[in-house]
Ligand binder design. Structure first.
Ligand code: CA
Length: 229
């Protein structure tokens, strides 16, 4: 959406400049930081809607900066990296980046990814028109992204919510781990499907009365997972 503010954290001025130019042309507000410390300052003072972050940064690298950010909130992160061997870590559990782009990339690709991630992580109220899902003991509200169980509000991370939302929209339909990856992460090629397993486990710890005997998030052995209302 135009008016969204994008923070570009990149220590190579030529890359920051061209990415910033394309994002501005696409209607976004753009601010810059050259290292992790400056990024923390901009995040605290400007509250950007999305962060495009280089993995390799001076002082505080992209991993550390992401951990710091995730301890605060779920602001979407798109990680830039030249290191294919780091992709699993970036997109996987430890990091919680929402997407990544391998260098070298075209600036237009960054714009497309920014659009896609904002659409996925931050649907404007009313835009999607999706109604809360009501089950006997659970309500899942896509507008507030809150899950309420027996009157108790459960806080989920963005990916946990998206995973639950996907399964709960289609009760009893079985989803393979790759299907969940594709729909929730959107980048199934490079992520270990066990990422889904770990997210399901965390979800169970949050929403199941007894996580070792789940009533809602059921494993279908050899196939995947399904939601049982
Ligand atoms: Ca760099």
């Amino acid at each position: 959406m135009p008016d969204d503010l994008i923070l570009i954290v990149e220590d190579e001025p030529s890359i920051a400049e061209v990415v910033g130019l394309y994002l501005k042309r696409a209607g976004y507000g753009v601010i810059f930081a050259q290292d992790g410390i400056e990024a923390q300052d901009k995040i605290e003072t400007k509250s950007p809607n999305l962060i495009v972050m280089d993995l390799m940064l001076p002082i505080i690298d992209g991993f550390e900066l992401t951990r710091w950010l995730r301890a605060r909130d779920d602001t979407p992160i798109i990680m830039l990296t030249a290191r294919r061997d780091e992709v699993d870590r970036i997109a996987g559990l430890e990091m919680g980046a929402d997407d990544y782009i391998l260098k070298p990339f075209s600036p237009q690709e960054v714009v497309s990814r920014v659009r896609a991630v904002l659409r996925r992580t931050n649907p404007k109220p009313g835009e999607s028109g999706e109604q809360p899902l009501e089950f006997p003991s659970m309500t899942i509200d896509p507008q507030t992204r809150l899950v309420t169980i027996d009157g108790r509000e459960i806080v989920l991370t963005a990916k946990e919510f998206d995973t639950l939302w996907l399964l709960a929209q289609h009760p009893r339909q079985v989803f393979t781990r790759n299907h969940v990856l594709e729909r929730v992460w959107g980048i199934s090629d490079y992520i270990d499907p066990s990422t889904v397993t770990v997210h399901i486990r965390r979800l169970r710890e949050k929403i199941e009365p007894n996580p070792s005997e789940p009533q809602h998030l059921i494993t279908v052995w050899g196939v995947g997972y399904k939601f049982e209302p």
